[in-house]
Design a protein around this ligand. Sequence first.
Ligand SMILES: [Fe+2]
Length: 437
Amino acid sequence: MSYDRSVSASDRELAPETVWHIDMPEIRFGRDATDELAFQLRDLGVEGAATGLVITDDGVADAGHADRVVAHLEAAGLDVDCYADSEREPSIGAIEDCLSFVRDQTDDGYDFYVGLGGGSCMDTAKATRAIVANGGSPLDYVAEPTGDGQTLTESGPPLVLLPTTAGTGAEISPVAILSVPEKEIKEAISSNHVRADAAVLDPTLTTTLPPDLTARTAMDALGHAIEGYTTHEYDSLLRASDPGERPVYAGRTQLTEMFSEKAIRLLSGSVRTAVHNGDDLDAREDMLLGALFGAISGLTAGASLCHAMAYPVGNKYHTFHGETIAVLTPASTIDYNSASDPARFAEVAEIFGVDTSGLTDREAADALKQAYIQLQRDLGVLPSGLNELADITEDDIEWLAQQTVDTQERLLRCNPRPVTSDDVAAVFRDALHNWEE
Ligand SMILES: [Fe+2]
């Protein structure tokens, strides 16, 4: 089986796409940008002594960030409750817990919401705000057959997100990812109504992130940047007859290319320092900016094979997303996909800092793979392959490959090189051991 990249037959004309667009929250970036959160909320229409909810988790609260945000908002004349029970990789039940908190505390929800933390906290905030505004429960808005596939029609009151990690891109993305434990799958509530109204990115909130989490989230960000740079071009799709029917992952454009290029330079240039010297604010700033730029590219142009393969691994073995992306990238994004366009990957190699002088495009792409693996080794906290990640062996590969083609068509269809289930199995096999432990 292989996938073409066409939009659905009912929504296309037989002509190439000629238009792209980009939706983004307002973005406020820089050291101590947290101190402008109240201004940002007022700018979004929050008036008077409004009452809001800060959604975070215990780790972020323990680091003092929640107290800082609450004190700042109260000083600006706003009332704030704090929900610090967000779960890592939130389940449907975790979102329902947060919804119950809101419904217990208020008649019809808060006047504003703030999501503070990693991707899990931000996704909890996005899903909670959307469901309070639209009514019902999380599964109402998850796609069929897992959920009811209802459409969100309301965004709700202002939502501002403050990431404390540099990687997921949840602060700008239009999805909230939720796990469904009884089915061992992850689903998403996906809509422009889920997207935050503003993202406040403050590198001083990221210095408390330990080395392992810094490395994982950085590799996720680097994955978004490289996948975004190397995915198909937007005009390789057929034109959508209705502008509202363009796919979320619409292919690369000159804008996404520009953001990817800068993201790869920032992330590959500063990740070693950020991991080994977490207090280095210059490196932290580079990481946060690189992650934002990687997300603007990758989460618009489209993630591809690597992300498609990472979801079944994460669902079954409960591995960290960024660590899974790190382990799979050499075999999938670089090795497998570069065969379709070695020149494109030679460009990535150069941006990544590889000396490509005198190399053919194929040799440069191979050198990129080696440089990427060396980077992971230098960080000292990432697993050497799927085997070390979760004891995955040859016996597990057939199931993982089948799950990938059965459940990840949305991403596989975006891949720049056609993919069969045998291809996916071969890539999983290549990723068992990226280096000798
Ligand atoms: Fe990702």
